[in-house]
Design a protein around this ligand. Sequence first.
Ligand SMILES: [Zn+2]
Length: 342
Amino acid sequence: MRSGVLLVKVGRLVSRYIFQSLALLAALSFFVPVSLSARQIQVDGKPYVDLATVGKGFGMQPYWLKGYKTYRLRSQWTTIDVGKNGRTLYINRLPVALGFPTVESKGQLFIATADYKHALQPILTPQAFKDRPGCRRIVIDAGHGGKDSGARNDAYGLLEKDLTLDVARRLKVLLKRSGFEVVMTRDSDVYLPLAQRPKMANRAKADLFVSLHFNAAGSASASGFESYALTPQYQASSKYPRPTAKDAVRCKGNDYDPWNALITYHVERALVQGLGGPDRGMKRARWSVLKNLECPGVLTELGFVSHAETAKGLRSSAVRQKLAQSLYEGIVAYRKRLQRTQ
Ligand SMILES: [Zn+2]
């Protein structure tokens, strides 16, 4: 009897404990939206949120790495590393350019709310945004053309305009084969003014605009991929240290900020996964082909023709096919992410 009573009591205690835990969990999940629960501070008049709360909102474990220089958010699938006072964070090691430097305060690391909204949230939980676009009609924009050769490497006989067109055609084949509609801004060696390119995408009612380019640098050692999303309003592009008055401009393309970030992340990731690094990451710029788009867009730099080894590789059609294949995989990964509801 006594043990029976005890068992009942223990049972009650356990169920009360479970009930309280559930209530606490429910309360926590209710308060997960960062705007409600995150600790906020103001830095230079801009709101910042603490990464520990942001991480919990994504179901990620937050902690400092040894040495207190890098803050990590971690889940089963994703690791995000953020340094102090830096403008880059790493999502599964892919460098993502931020608009504003992170800030440490009282042992906590804070990220600008704008960066949470424009980088972390669209990449990690795109389903949080309304009005998800389709992903059926893709406009491929082969950079340069005609009298505009773009970057060149005479030693290897490479012109950027030829490389972009070659990869664009390969990508077109891959996309069409799996049911995408494809529109090319150019399909021959013609000159096409920059303003014409987004106009063609808008006229075609494109779901996505992908602009292909190759880099050249004064330094022969520069190499790797980098992909650009349109810079959000009030934010400096990646190559500038801080915003100025002209960054208050809002472009048409900014209506698609979450999707610009998502496609850029997936294109960059697929390129590095397919062909290796160095991964120069996801960056921000107000390229004129991106500014006036009425759909999501990305401008990707598919390697440095000024880098001898890259240039040698680009002479091989197998490498150019691999570039197209990786771009294709990036677009498919983006579409898959758009279609996911959870
Ligand atoms: Zn170019």
